[in-house]
Design a protein around this ligand. Structure first.
Ligand code: NI
Length: 260
């Protein structure tokens, strides 16, 4: 079994063939956790997860859409967890901080407020949270230290930190999901980080349609291509491909409390 813990199948690039993809994944024993990113996407992401037996969902507002976040939206997310479609909703996210683009001070301030509100919500609901951190390592760490419910923990998706930071995240009960970037030629820092991660904290993701592993880099990504990411991790950790599939699927089941 493979569990792709972070994907974006709401993207219009899947409009034509999502039924076909999900049916192929079912045959290949591949499960997917789809992530909503903006207020306009949340309801349709929940509907999608309820349509496919091998799809789950996390709900939240990505830092890019932080200016669309407000108390009303946060309450709307909270209510989903007690709604009729709650069974497929595994956690909060993706949310976090993104300083990669030249955002205004107002937007950055909104990101921090949005992130903290999601952390409080995750803590209130005792649900895991999926964290996006791009070029915002220090602020992400500081906000997690202050607001993360360490009993439930966080998934640092598409981990891009150093190997030195791994123990600090582990001390806050964080897991790490690794995607196609690990197969890229310039992934030295990530490769070193993966080697020091506790094996029971490594999960697999795509972040599709983005970050397609080699040898398909640059094309549309999908959960079937986790095969290349898993192969690379198996090679780095000197484990078999099958072992890494089982290990990362078990880690995902434990972290998100998935019963399959
Ligand atoms: Ni993502």
């Amino acid at each position: 079994m493979i569990i792709d813990v972070h994907a974006h199948y709401n993207d219009e690039r899947y409009d034509q063939d999502l039924d076909q993809l999900m049916s192929t994944f079912r045959q290949e024993n591949i499960y997917v956790i789809n992530s909503a990113t903006c207020p306009g996407d949340i309801d349709s992401a929940v509907v999608l997860a309820n349509k496919y037996s091998n799809m789950f969902v996390t709900v939240g507002i990505h830092p890019e859409y932080a200016l669309e976040s407000n108390d009303e939206e946060i309450e709307r997310i909270r209510c989903l967890f007690t709604g009729t479609k709650a069974e497929k909703i595994l956690g909060i996210g993706e949310t976090g901080l993104d300083y990669h683009y030249d955002y205004s001070d107002e937007q950055v301030a909104a990101q921090k407020v949005n992130f903290i509100k999601h952390l409080k919500l995750a803590s209130d609901l005792s649900k895991p949270i999926v964290v996006h951190n791009r070029d915002a390592h220090l602020d992400t760490m500081n906000i997690l230290k202050e607001h993360l419910d360490a009993k439930r923990g966080a998934l640092i998706h598409c981990y891009s930190g150093s190997s030195e930071s791994v123990p600090e995240y582990v001390s806050m009960n964080c897991c790490f999901s690794i995607g196609g970037v690990v197969t890229f030629k310039n992934a030295k820092k990530l490769v070193e980080a993966v080697k020091v991660m506790p094996r029971d904290r490594i999960l697999i993701e795509t972040d599709c349609p983005y970050l397609t592993p080699e040898p398909f880099r640059g094309t549309r990504n999908d959960s079937g291509k986790t095969v290349y990411t898993i192969r690379k991790i198996a090679e780095l950790l000197d484990l078999s491909y099958e072992y890494v599939c089982d290990m990362t699927a078990d880690n995902a089941k434990r972290f998100f409390e998935i019963i399959i």
